[in-house]
Design a protein around this ligand. Structure first.
Ligand code: GLN
Length: 508
């Protein structure tokens, strides 16, 4: 399989670069600049290298640099922003401070005819974010793009197959960004589009079948997307040799625990143990009102329950974790095969006796994990579900968590979701919140003193920022009417109209 290496110099969009390349059907990996040598790049057979952007200036004392040997290896290079400036520095050109000529945001760019700009019009919009620029082009290089303020918006040394762009092709604001990446990957590097999730799934099944058949393999199933896909994959590989412990903490949405159980019992061959631990979690959460404390208690209790079940099973050979690629990149591991304790539910059980950790999804981005889940036959509803916090509904109940509040919230939440889905409202995440505020109402001519439920729905690309969804009033009316009418104890419904920032999507 052809592989492109993304060398990370601390850019904000490093993952985006790799994702875009993979969307083109070519496998891309990210490594921090100090975790991979030129010799490794050669021996591991990368067919092209991308230098990412980064916050530094190339002449800063602490700025990250790279071995200039890379320039003469015949491996194609694309430098982006800081990467473009770093190539300049390494090849003997000059980088200067742009001063007032820094460019931030959408900027018109003028390109020359070039392999990198095949299919890009002479003038288009690109996205820039830089304080420095290339003032003097290194020898052997020619300028291939300009903006009104930036004299070297792109350059190339065709002989050595080295390219640099000052703008960011990986962000969607660059109109022809994807074309530029495509031209680099296919035109310059000559890659084949052979990264297909279906192949990954098939190869993984074969690999784990060979490695793990006849062994005892243990997995903690939370019902989240990652652990569910890992479970599906290993079940296809080794069937009943896989033991999944599904810890139902009682903080899931309405019918969700049963749905997870039915899915895995119905469609997958595995040893599934469901632990209904609602009472345990609720007694640990008794009297706790502080959000961070709730999160911590739930994370720890999850591990304890899992450990107890594992001890009943006895010695296992392998422990499976649903770690995915962003977990690895963000924890700075870079080397995806290093085994280190990372767990999406907060810590690794230490009393379980096992030989090795298996992380079958450690090379996949979230979208790819979902696509793999679909290939494996998991229902769309599970695979494409909205982000759901690990501590579940406990952080959607303000104040102390009780069984009664959970049941009220579950019912209100289910009605709200049903109404939005029926009306086909376009929203990326939506749910109900138990506000822990009581107010006076009147129902059937009698005074009530009941619970206030808040509804939350957001529209967002990436969850870093979010806007509240403009739900049509008649849909809100229907949801509100049904919640006060059908859910006992609720006499008021409010809609949250704050964006993120200043608020967050979740209330706790
Ligand atoms: N720090 C460099 C500059 O300001 C590069 C910025 C970037 O990579 N986005 O020009």
């Amino acid at each position: 399989m052809d592989k492109i290496l993304v060398i990370d110099f601390g850019g904000q969009y490093n993952q985006l670069i790799a994702r875009r390349i993979r969307e083109l059907g070519v496998y891309a990996e990210i490594k921090p600049y100090d975790k991979i040598t030129v010799a490794q790049i050669k021996s591991e057979g990368y067919i092209g290298v991308v230098f990412t952007g980064g916050p530094n200036s190339v002449y800063d004392e602490k700025s990250p640099h790279y071995d200039p040997e890379i320039l003469s290896q015949g491996v194609p290079i694309l430098g982006i922003c800081y990467g473009h400036q770093l190539i300049t520095f390494m090849a003997g050109g000059k980088v200067v401070s742009a001063g007032a000529s820094g460019e931030y945001g959408k900027i018109p760019v003028y390109v020359e005819k070039d392999i990198l700009f095949d299919g890009v019009p002479e003038k288009s919009v690109c996205w820039m974010s830089h304080n420095d620029y290339v003032g003097e082009v290194p020898s052997g290089f020619t300028v291939t793009a300009r903006t009104d303020k930036c004299p070297v918006a792109a350059f190339k040394d065709e002989k050595r197959k080295i390219y640099g762009v000052q703008f960011h092709p990986e962000v969607t604001h660059t109109e022809y960004g994807k074309t530029v990446l495509k031209n680099f990957v296919f035109g310059v590097c000559g890659a084949k589009a052979d990264w297909k999730i279906g192949n990954f799934v098939e190869e993984s099944i074969e690999k784990y079948r060979a490695k793990l058949s006849g062994k005892k393999v243990l997995l903690a199933l939370s019902g989240g997307v990652d652990s569910s896909v890992a479970a599906a994959l290993l079940s296809r590989a080794i069937g009943k040799d896989l033991v999944c412990v599904f810890v139902d903490h009682g903080l899931l949405r309405k019918n969700e625990g049963d749905f997870v159980e039915e899915t895995f019992r119905g469609k997958f061959d595995m040893n599934l143990i469901r632990v209904n631990a609602e009472d345990r979690f609720l007694s640990k959460l008794k009297g706790v009102t502080e959000p961070e404390k709730k999160r911590k208690i739930i994370g720890e209790e999850f591990i304890r329950v899992f450990e107890e079940e594992a001890k009943k099973i006895g010695k296992v050979d392998y422990l499976v974790q649903g770690t995915i690629y962003p977990d690895i990149v963000e924890s700075g591991r870079g080397d995806a095969s290093t085994i280190k304790s990372h767990h999406n539910v907060g810590g690794l059980p230490d009393v379980i006796d096992f030989r090795e950790i298996i992380e079958p999804l450690r090379y996949l981005f979230k979208d790819e994990v979902r696509a793999a889940g679909e290939k494996l036959g998991l229902p769309r509803e599970l695979v494409w579900r909205q982000p759901f916090p690990g501590p579940g509904l406990a952080v959607r109940i303000i104040g102390e968590v009780t069984k009664e509040k959970l049941d009220t919230l579950r019912d209100a939440d289910a009605i709200f979701r049903e109404e939005l889905e029926k009306a086909k409202v376009n929203s990326n995440q939506y749910f109900a919140v138990f506000t822990d505020t009581k107010s006076v109402g009147v129902m059937g001519d009698a005074r009530t003193y009941g619970v206030t439920i808040a509804l939350r729905a957001v529209t967002t690309d990436d969850f870093m920022t979010a806007d509240w969804t403009r739900i049509p009033f008649d849909v809100l009316e229907k949801a509100s009417g049904r919640i006060t009418g059908e859910v006992k104890g609720v006499n008021r419904v409010v809609y949250d109209i704050t964006s993120k920032p200043p608020a967050t999507v979740e209330w706790e």
